[in-house]
Each structure stands twice: as structure tokens, then as C-alpha cells.
Design a protein around this ligand. Structure first.
Ligand SMILES: Cc1cc2nc3c(=O)[nH]c(=O)nc-3n(C[C@H](O)[C@H](O)[C@H](O)COP(=O)(O)OP(=O)(O)OC[C@H]3O[C@@H](n4cnc5c(N)ncnc54)[C@H](O)[C@@H]3O)c2cc1C
Length: 378
């Protein structure tokens, strides 16, 4: 069946309303509002989740630096922080036993950080963005990166109403073509448009090391009071993963009765039968975990990939009409297992660069390189 796609035009297209995309939208709106010489550009922020925060996996320890720079009065504005980290510990696990480290490895020290529900934090950031006058299109997924010659010109959204063979059903609705002066991919780890960008623009990934990944499995539990203190943080390495494999686990006290527990397994495991979910089930039976979880109820479950290649796996961050932010560009500090604050910071730096591009009406790679320069200097 022939059909025509709607064409929408915008100035700035942001794909992904996670910490990176929301920070970018909020900062850009603030910069434009403070600049008398500028009118508010059209900013289209879309996310494939049905609501903002719907794809954010809960229970994390956040370094507050990014949020404090973006929204200095974040506490007065009611940012949902579950607890300030009050106690840190680190265990080497063997089957049935544990050795507590006599000191905390520096990357795992968490004093000054906050235990958060990422789902709630992202939802709250979305409210701040909407209060700044930007609409967020939830439930809208980017499907194809649009190019004109060598330049990125926007995104086609996903077709709705296809059957499992890809044939159109009666409720078929074709995706739209969203054309933008600049497109910023904030899709998170291993995003589908980001992968297309690497295929269509080989120079983006020509000079970096390949990315490597963990699979993280997470749950939020309600447990009897007294098992863990709010803000207590436990990290572990060892069992059930063999000593030569990359991975580890954690328990974060969110409140007197809520904990976040998780386990991450390296996808570079030499064992093809290594199953992150099975490892996590075994992990929860270890005495260190059992004393926290026994008699509790699991409330939420999720799993997601974590990019752990580090600085040398970060691709080129710009192209004609394109920027990459946050986990989409692999900006996660693997030793600390933290990416929220870096994603927010990258959104801030991208907003500063997009403002300059809008003022000059220049969206070339040469202009957008300012983002990579800011990133290096930050
Ligand atoms: C198990 C686990 C534990 C973690 N623990 C911590 C921690 O304790 N502390 C910490 O700081 N960090 C932690 N992280 C990392 C942290 O979650 C990320 O670094 C951070 O969320 C990255 O933000 P982002 O905005 O770049 O991407 P994301 O948060 O992944 O957001 C991307 C958004 O883009 C949307 N999207 C993707 N593709 C499309 C598309 N094609 N069209 C439309 N929308 C799209 C998604 O729905 C999502 O909302 C953890 C990660 C995992 C997986």
C-alpha cells in the first residue's frame, strides 16, 4: 500500500528523555530565556517510553554534581532523593562466606552521594523541563536516522500497526519524518539510531576502542524494617562469578524498608552459557544478601546494558547536524558504576554548543565540534 509520511520541521530534535536529553532541553531553554537577542527555538524532545522515566531502571547512587550544576536549587525544588549515603562497605564474596575489605577502594567511596530511584528522578526532571516550556513527546520512538548527503537531517519515527511479518494491519499509521537543524542522540546505551549513525558515518567510531558491556540486573525490594539503613551502600565482587570474570553486585538502602539490589555480569565472559539472570538469583542467596532480603517482597525487576569501555571507547561526539550525549556515547565511569551525573553534564555542554550553533545558524561539524572541545576541557 502506498502512503505518504507526514513531514514535521523543528530546530532542535532530542531523541531520548533520560538524564542526558532532559538536561540538554532544560539547559537550552534556560540559556535562550536569558539571552535577549534570541527567540525560543522549536525543541522537539521525544522518548519511546510511554511516560517520562518509564524506561529508567530504578535504584542508583547518584553523584549530585551534574544535577547541582543544572538546577542549583534542586533540593528546594523537591528533587526526589531517597537518602544521603551514610555508610559504605565492600565485600569479597566466596560461596557461603564473605571477607569485608578493611578500607573502601576510592572509586567506591560514596560519601556526599545520594541513593535515588532513577525512575522518579527522571520523572521529576521531566516536570522541570515542561515547566521551562518544552513539550515532551512520550511514546514516540525514533526508527531511522535521516541523512542528506553526508549530513544528518533528522529522524523517521516508527511505523505503528504492523503485524509480526511487517505487513500493515487495519490500524497502520506510518511514522513521520522529523527534520531538524540539529539532532542530538541521547538514546542511552547501544541505541538503535546511534548504531545507525556509526554505520552511516564510519568516521564517528574510527579512532576509538570498541565499546564493552556489562548486563546489569536490578530489583527493588520491600523488606522488614531494621535490615538496612537508608543511605547504606554495599558493593561486592566475587561469587557467583568466577574470579577471572568481570562483574559484581550491590545493595543500596533507599529507606528503612526499601532496598535496591543488583548484579552485573561482563558480556565478554568466555563462558557462552553465562546467564546474568541466573547469576543474580544465586547472588541473592548469599548470606550477605539473605540477611537483608529474607521475608521481603520484590516490587520491581529490570535489566539493562551498561557501557564500560571508558574514556578510550568514546566515539567522535559530533558530525554535520549531529551530537551524541550520555550513555549513547558510552560516557559512564565504569570503576564507579556511575553515569547519571556525566549524562547530565554532557547535556549541559551540548546545550551550550547548540545555543552557539543556533545563533550562528551553522550546524556544521566544524561548529558542533565545540561540544567535543567542551567535553575535553570539562
Ligand atoms: C543496572 C544498572 C545500574 C546502574 N547504576 C548506576 C548508579 O548507581 N549510578 C549512576 O550514576 N549510574 C548508574 N547506571 C548508569 C545510568 O543509569 C546511566 O549512565 C544513565 O541513565 C545514562 O543516562 P542517558 O540519558 O544517557 O541514557 P538513559 O538513562 O538510558 O535514557 C535514554 C532514554 O532514551 C530513550 N530512547 C532510547 N532509544 C530511543 C529511540 N530510538 N527513540 C526514542 N527514545 C529512545 C529511552 O527510552 C530512555 O528513556 C546504572 C545502569 C544500569 C544499567
Amino acid at each position: 500500500m502506498d502512503f505518504e509520511r507526514d513531514v514535521l520541521e523543528t530546530d532542535v530534535l532530542i531523541v531520548g528523555a533520560g538524564p542526558a536529553g532532559l538536561a540538554l532541553a532544560y539547559k537550552l531553554a534556560g540559556l535562550v530565556a536569558a539571552d535577549d537577542s534570541m527567540e525560543m527555538p522549536e525543541i522537539l524532545l521525544m522518548d519511546k517510553a510511554s511516560y517520562v522515566g518509564g524506561h529508567s531502571l530504578s535504584g542508583a547512587v547518584m553523584d549530585p554534581r551534574g544535577l547541582a550544576e543544572l538546577i542549583p536549587d534542586y533540593k528546594d525544588k523537591g528533587a526526589p532523593l531517597e537518602a544521603e549515603v551514610g555508610a559504605d562497605s565492600f565485600y569479597l564474596l566466596a560461596e557461603g562466606s564473605a571477607t569485608k575489605a578493611p578500607f573502601m577502594p576510592p572509586p567506591l567511596k560514596n560519601h556526599g552521594n545520594y541513593v535515588v530511584s532513577l525512575n522518579k528522578l527522571v520523572g521529576w526532571m521531566g516536570e522541570q523541563v515542561e515547566a521551562a516550556g518544552i513539550d515532551i513527546y512520550a511514546g514516540l520512538a525514533g526508527y531511522e536516522l535521516l541523512m542528506d548527503g553526508g549530513r544528518v537531517i533528522g529522524v523517521q519515527t516508527v511505523d505503528q500497526g504492523l503485524d509480526k511479518d511487517g505487513s500493515q494491519k487495519a490500524n497502520f499509521e506510518p511514522g513521520s519524518l522529523i527534520q531538524a537543524k540539529v539532532t542530538i542522540l541521547c538514546e542511552g546505551v547501544h541505541g538503535s539510531l546511534t548504531r545507525q549513525a556509526f554505520e552511516k558515518i564510519p568516521e564517528l567510531a574510527a579512532d576509538n576502542l570498541p565499546q564493552s558491556y556489562l548486563t546489569g540486573v536490578k530489583e527493588v525490594w520491600e523488606v522488614p524494617a531494621g535490615r538496612i539503613k537508608p543511605g547504606e551502600v554495599i558493593h561486592t565482587v566475587g561469587w557467583p562469578s568466577p574470579a577471572h570474570e568481570y562483574g559484581g553486585g550491590w545493595v543500596y538502602g533507599m529507606s528503612e524498608t526499601m532496598v535496591s539490589v543488583g548484579y552485573a555480569v561482563g558480556l565478554d565472559s568466555p563462558n557462552p552459557a553465562n546467564d546474568p539472570h541466573a547469576c543474580f538469583q544465586a547472588y541473592k542467596t548469599h548470606p550477605v544478601l539473605k540477611r537483608v532480603l529474607e521475608g521481603g517482597t520484590m516490587l520491581h525487576y529490570g535489566a539493562k546494558t551498561i557501557p564500560v569501555g571508558g574514556y578510550y571507547s568514546i566515539p567522535r561526539l559530533y558530525h554535520d547536524g549531529l551530537l551524541l550525549c550520555g550513555d549513547a556515547a558510552g560516557m559512564l565511569n565504569a570503576r564507579k558504576l556511575k553515569g547519571i551525573h556525566i549524562a547530565i553534564k554532557s547535556g549541559i555542554l551540548a546545550a551550550e554548543t547548540v545555543l552557539e550553533a543556533l545563533k550562528a545558524d551553522d550546524y556544521s561539524a566544524a561548529k558542533l565540534k565545540g561540544y567535543a572541545d567542551r567535553f575535553e576541557a570539562s
